[in-house]
Design a protein around this ligand. Structure first.
Ligand code: SF4
Length: 600
């Protein structure tokens, strides 16, 4: 029985157009569960160490989880070796595509090889075809989606695609789903572009797979749907439902955790110009939701007048903070405009925003001149210059070609001390929060400077693939949303995991990610403690407003990191001990880590 699981991955080799199915290994699923961790295990097993991330040997693995397709579990994950860090890369995304994949009868899709010419994959239940996409190459993501829907004559097909950024192999290229959702971080769109894979269109007409305890599953889902309408829950999720994640624009500044001027300050006097109440009054048009989610935290915006009239986007916090606050660009219509470019052209706004903020600081300090920047007057907050630089990066024009490779590659070329201002870790720019808030978590993250993933807890959520923003919708009788998801998982699979089993599983995932990175040479910076660090600027004290006096000192960081390594069962260099790996059921990694010189 494969309760909760569709039972198979699609296995697609783009080199010879072969398509097969790979049955889910249920013994392995009990250890790796699904989603992120199961995919990471596939990546470990099926790729040789130290492959070039843009070579055909790299894999691109899209996955669902065992409760994907049920209330609050609409997320999917994509796993690959990252072209901007040369470490594990993964990214998670909401929307409808992942549920559609499950309903088509698959737990995931594994891509390997490289197509000779641009192609897209079409899946309708058992019908799976690699189709010509020459006519789609060069199109934006919404144009691609529209063309595929017309081609297939199916308005319900769910499409993910890359835009020109992925086609030009920009390191920060992402994969866009249904215009507004993104598998954003770590360069998945770049890997997809390297495979000449323009899009994946899915239509699933099956129902959810079998479940172990039908009555319990139904009771949990029914109670969740009913209780979600209650005043208690509506008020608990009011912030998400009303403002969505962009509410963080003002909330962040209010507690000094904003990222103004390349993280210089955590607060700014003009924040209300761009905050959610302004966005709501000025630009909001409608709200939407991922599959079956009663929270509906997604809010679409449109520019109603002026030079950007008609431009629309879904401005989430993570897609907005770095292109606005970090670059000191506080024009609310500019926020919509830049977000729309990132979505249409398929580039991670969070990552590329950090690159542009770094370039602005280098311009201010004279490290980069107007000439270096192809004539752009890249002053803080200069929207026109920022938009032009973004365009250049997407299309690899002039200085954009240099910056498109990502921090890891362009910093040594620029030199002149510019690395001191690069708010990045392991090649990935920091997200929209000050280091004092997320402490060591940014620095020890397996994928690089992301704020909220790659902890044992996030390996659980990204493997079950429930949404952390939907944790507030648990039915009565549950102490937390996480407990509800655990109960749903157990009712569906029949496995009766206890809390300690989930904790052990989360630890296993985190350690497997770390082991993968060590096998790959930790992106060229070994031992791990040399790479699990903040840039110098991250340790400065904030001086303005609500942030005044807040600081994450190097000493505090080193103490927190030592504690984290110890909790993980790693030595002080950040390497898991052999005993830790054995205890976590990861003994199969030991030989490879030995070869990589981990314990030398
Ligand atoms: S809470 Fe928001 S992001 Fe999460 S599933 Fe619901 S609508 Fe999607």
């Amino acid at each position: 029985m494969v309760n909760g699981y569709a039972g198979k991955y699609l296995d697609v080799n783009l080199k010879d157009n072969s398509i097969s199915t790979l049955p889910i290994d249920m013994d392995l699923a009990k250890k790796m569960v699904g989603g992120l961790t199961y995919s990471l295990h596939i990546l470990w097993q099926r790729t040789k160490p130290r492959i070039n991330p843009l070579s055909p040997e790299n894999l691109l693995i899209f996955s669902t989880g065992p409760i994907s397709g049920l209330v609050g579990a609409a997320r999917g994950t994509v796993v690959f070796k990252s072209p901007i860090t040369e470490l594990i890369g993964h990214s998670e995304c909401g929307g409808h595509w992942t549920s559609e994949l499950k309903f088509a009868g698959y737990d995931g899709i594994i891509f390997t090889g490289k197509a000779e010419n641009p192609v897209y994959l079409y899946v309708k239940d058992d019908q799976v075809e690699i189709r010509n996409a020459k006519n789609l190459w060069g199109k934006t993501t919404s144009q691609t989606e529209q063309s595929i829907m017309e081609d297939l004559n199916d308005p319900y097909v769910q499409v993910i695609s890359i835009g020109p950024a992925g086609e030009h192999l920009c390191g920060e290229a992402c994969i866009i789903q249904s215009t507004f959702h993104a598998f954003a971080r770590a360069g998945g769109g770049c890997v997809m572009g390297s495979k000449n894979l323009k899009a994946i269109a899915i239509r699933g007409t099956n129902s959810f797979p079998s479940v172990a305890d039908t009555e319990k599953t139904y009771e949990l889902l029914y109670n969740t749907a009913t209780y979600a309408k209650s005043d208690v829950i509506r008020s608990a999720i009011w912030g998400s439902t009303t403002f969505g994640s962009p509410s963080s624009q003002v909330r962040s500044a209010d507690i000094g955790r904003g990222i103004f001027k390349n993280f210089e300050e955590g607060d700014h006097p003009a924040i209300t110009q761009i905050g959610s109440p302004t966005q709501m009054r000025r630009n909001r048009v409608w709200d939407s939701s991922c599959t079956f989610c009663p929270v509906a935290c997604q809010h679409q915006s449109i520019v109603r007048s002026g030079r950007f009239v008609g431009t629309y986007c879904q401005a989430d916090w993570d897609s907005s903070a770095n292109i606005t606050q970090e670059c000191l660009m506080l024009d609310p219509d500019g926020l919509v405009y830049l977000n729309a470019i990132c979505d249409e052209y398929g580039i991670d706004a969070e990552g590329v925003g950090g690159v542009m903020a770094w370039a602005m600081e280098c311009y201010e300090k004279g490290i980069l001149t107007k000439q270096d920047l192809d004539g752009l007057d890249l002053k803080w907050g200069n929207l026109e210059a920022e938009a032009k630089l973004l365009w250049k990066i997407i299309h690899r024009e002039g200085v954009g070609s240099l910056l498109a490779d990502g921090f890891k590659y362009f910093l040594p070329k620029v030199g002149k001390g510019s690395e001191k201002f690069a708010m990045q870790i392991k090649g990935i720019g920091l997200g929209g929060y000050q280091p004092w808030l997320f402490k060591e978590r940014y620095a020890v993250n397996n994928i690089g400077g992301h704020h909220n993933i790659d902890s044992p807890g996030s390996y659980v959520s990204d493997s079950l693939l429930y949404c952390i923003f939907a944790r507030g919708i648990m039915p009565q009788g549950f102490a937390s949303g996480v407990d509800y998801y655990y109960a749903l998982f157990n009712a569906v699979t029949g496995w009766n995991f206890r809390k300690e089993d989930f904790d052990a599983f989360g630890l296993r995932g985190t350690l497997l990610g770390r082991a993968y990175n060590i096998r790959e040479g930790y992106g060229g910076v070994m031992p791990p403690c040399e790479a699990d660090v903040y840039p110098e600027k991250a340790h400065h004290a904030l001086t303005y407003g609500a942030g005044k006096g807040k600081e994450y000192t190097k000493e505090a960081f080193l103490a927190d990191r030592a504690q984290y390594y110890s909790l993980l069962g790693c030595d002080q260099k950040g390497i898991p001990t052999k005993e830790t790996l054995r205890k976590s059921g990861l003994e199969f990694t030991i030989d490879e880590l030995e070869k990589a010189g981990a314990w030398r």
